[in-house]
Design a protein around this ligand. Structure first.
Ligand SMILES: [Zn+2]
Length: 479
């Protein structure tokens, strides 16, 4: 096995991954702000962190992974107030939709899902700590963080602080680098908006304090990995560092991993350009969850991902190719024995796969290792050179692959059904296909060729292609 290396935004370098404790990894991921359905750009990041956690588990690490649901922030407060409902009622629909989307994309549940609104006490305590250490000041009922007092401010995003006025403030949860300034830890209530009565006064937490408080509550003062989209590095993660390290005097996070942006057909995704997609938009167009997961995972996380419909179509074919290969291994009979070259080929593929993922999660290299092997093994099978004795090792490699990529199981129809996209009517399940294939074989053996042709045509109409094999058997695959 290869040494795991990751790119750390804090150092700007690729570094060997060595957790603070030997066998357990404490990891925090900024979850969605649940004011709307998550879009494919959000899921690019969530699929990346899923690949990361799955790979670490594959490599034997125990994981304590926390992901939060930001269920209080500027947009939620404003939208809920406009709708005249409580923030819990407002966000619940989107929380449930997010969980369902994660299941559809086979994004594993972290060890802890936590909601900001259930951790207000911890946020208040953290603000009190910062008050005691004089990192804060009050203004008109709000409490601000004094960034000039935190000497390391800017170390993550490498922001230039030279032009910043001391004491200039920002109340918005999200702002640009150019407006780096003292930010709100606690916001005074506004008429008609949700607030909490607390020892530091009435109001609500700023977005940044939420993640610092929850990460340290569930994972401790120093954690191994913090992940998020690159757009969170500033101001959100910079502010998390300032809050946490000022309060504890300890390094907050050892490795910061950030996923790059997603473009759609070469352009920034936006509602006004009409290229803004949620998962549901794509499922509604007939695309499969497995294909979307594959497409989002296939580009290494630090490279910009240009999402295209051609690419999604290719991802669909790639997943089918893998599933067909797995079916071949399962259903075909190969000549007995083993062949040294193929045994070595499988070992090499497995090693290249691990090598790719160990290299800062280079999913493109890991996938190339798999697809090169599949191509060569298919050729060997067609030539009758693949031996029965290799089946187990090949299946083992596929299983290892799928622990990380999670696309082999043919469960797209079920997943879509759960989300309300019923594709079941025009889809034939495996058992039914097997039955028809056997019936056709039986007809052929009895030389009832009209019947066997009829069944072949019926299968073709359902999108199933039959291929006769050398040993007189038959295998099938979906178009
Ligand atoms: Zn966060």
């Amino acid at each position: 096995m290869h040494e795991i290396q990751v790119h750390n935004t804090l150092s700007g370098k690729v570094e060997p991954f060595v957790p603070l404790k030997t066998d357990v990894v404490h990891m925090y991921t900024c979850g969605p702000t649940v004011y709307d359905f998550a879009h494919i750009g959000n899921f690019r990041t969530f699929v990346f962190q899923d690949i990361l956690r799955r790979f670490l588990k594959l490599r034997g690490f125990r994981l304590t992974h926390v992901m939060n649901l930001t269920d209080v922030d500027d947009r939620i407060i404003a939208n809920a107030a406009a709708a005249g409902i409580g923030i819990r009622d407002y966000t619940d629909k989107y929380v449930q939709a997010f969980f369902a989307d994660c299941r559809a994309l086979s994004v594993e549940s972290p060890e802890h899902w936590i909601r900001a609104t259930e951790n207000i006490d911890s946020m208040v305590e953290l603000i009190q700590k910062l008050q005691k250490k004089t990192y804060t000041y009050d203004s008109e009922g709000s409490i601000y963080y004094r960034i000039a007092k935190f000497k390391d401010y800017g170390k993550l995003s490498k922001i230039d602080l030279s032009g910043i006025q001391t004491g200039a403030r920002v109340d918005n949860d999200r702002y640009e680098k150019e407006s780096a300034r003292d930010f709100a830890l606690w916001k005074a209530p506004k008429p008609g908006e949700h607030f909490w009565e607390t020892p530091i006064g009435p109001g609500r937490p700023g977005w940044h304090i939420e993640c610092s408080a929850m990460a340290m509550k569930y994972l401790g003062e120093s954690i191994d990995i913090h992940t998020g989209g690159i757009d969170l590095a500033f101001p959100h993660h910079e502010n998390e560092i300032a809050q946490s390290e000022a309060a504890t005097g300890k390094p907050f996070v050892k490795y910061w991993l950030h996923a790059e942006h997603l473009l759609v057909e070469g352009e920034k995704m936006s509602k006004s350009l009409g290229n803004f997609f949620t998962l549901r938009d794509l499922f509604g167009k007939g695309y499969k969850p497995s294909a979307l997961r594959f497409a989002l995972a296939s580009v290494p996380y630090r490279r910009q991902l240009n999402f295209t419909f051609d690419g999604l179509q290719q991802a669909t074919s790639s997943v089918d190719r893998l599933r067909n290969f797995a079916a071949r291994l399962k259903n075909e009979k190969f000549p007995s024995g083993k062949q040294k070259a193929m045994t070595e080929r499988i070992d090499k593929a497995a090693s290249d796969f691990d090598d790719g993922l160990s290299d800062d999660l280079n999913t493109a290299q890991a996938l190339a290792a798999m697809f090169d092997f599949v191509r060569e093994a298919n050729i060997a099978m067609d030539k009758g050179e693949f031996r029965q004795g290799e089946v187990k090792a090949a299946q083992q490699f596929l299983a290892t692959f799928d622990k990380v990529f999670a696309v082999l199981e043919d469960n797209d129809a079920e997943k879509l059904k759960v989300l309300g996209y019923d594709t079941g009517s025009d889809r034939t399940d495996d058992a039914e296909i097997e039955k028809l294939v056997s019936a056709r074989q039986a007809a052929r053996q009895k030389r009832e060729f009209a019947e066997s042709d009829r069944i072949r045509k019926e299968l073709a109409d359902r999108g199933i292609i039959l291929e006769d094999t050398k040993d007189g058997g038959v295998r099938w695959k979906r178009k």
